[in-house]
Design a protein around this ligand. Structure first.
Ligand code: HEC
Length: 157
């Protein structure tokens, strides 16, 4: 009797987990889209800052301040989209450049996030000061924090 009961429980657990799996797949795809969108909006706003820093675009203090403020806000957003089972090779079938090794290096990944968030917070501050040289320097420092993570954890194919 006991055995039968636990078999019954096991069977319903299996059913429950199949049901959750279906929901999870949708959730995973949404999380991937969410984080890619957040990165995309952040990149859109960081682009003109990079162009101003390089001299490819005329420096405009007001625009720089607005873009930097947006980037600093957006810098906090992608991370919640890195949910379990959403990396490359996790079998969700969605397109992602987030490498599987993020899962094995969570602490490192998180410290790279913090470095980027800190750099963008400082960028937003510096951009308020209408000091082109300081802005250039902080744009470069911020760009480096993007690259540090992309080199390690983002696929380049
Ligand atoms: C801690 C790691 C990390 C940091 C820091 C980081 N990125 Fe990324 N970024 C990623 C990963 C991982 C992906 C791939 C996401 C995916 O495909 O699921 C990505 C993807 C992107 C994409 C492509 C989004 C798309 O459309 O698929 C852009 C644009 C981007 N990042 C811009 C930036 C910029 C700009 C910065 C710095 C201001 C930055 N990232 C900092 C990890 C990071």
């Amino acid at each position: 009797m006991r055995v039968l009961m636990s078999l019954g429980i096991a069977a319903s657990l299996v059913m429950a987990s199949t049901a959750t799996q279906a929901a999870d797949e949708k959730e995973i795809k949404e999380a991937i889209e969410y984080r890619q969108s957040a990165f995309s909006v952040m990149g859109w706003n960081f682009g003109p800052l990079g162009a101003m820093a390089k001299g490819d675009m005329e420096y405009d203090a007001e625009e720089a301040a607005m873009r930097a403020e947006r980037v600093a806000l957006l810098a906090k957003m992608p991370w919640e989209g890195f949910i379990e089972g959403s990396l490359r090779g996790d079998g969700h079938g969605a397109d992602t450049d987030a490498l599987a090794k993020i899962a094995d290096n969570r602490d490192d990944f998180e410290s790279l996030q913090t470095e980027m968030e800190d750099a963008t917070a400082k960028l937003a501050e510096v951009a308020q000061q209408d000091d082109y040289a300081a802005l250039r320097q902080q744009v470069a420092a911020t760009g480096k924090t993007c690259k540090n993570c992309h080199d390690e954890y983002r696929a380049d194919d």
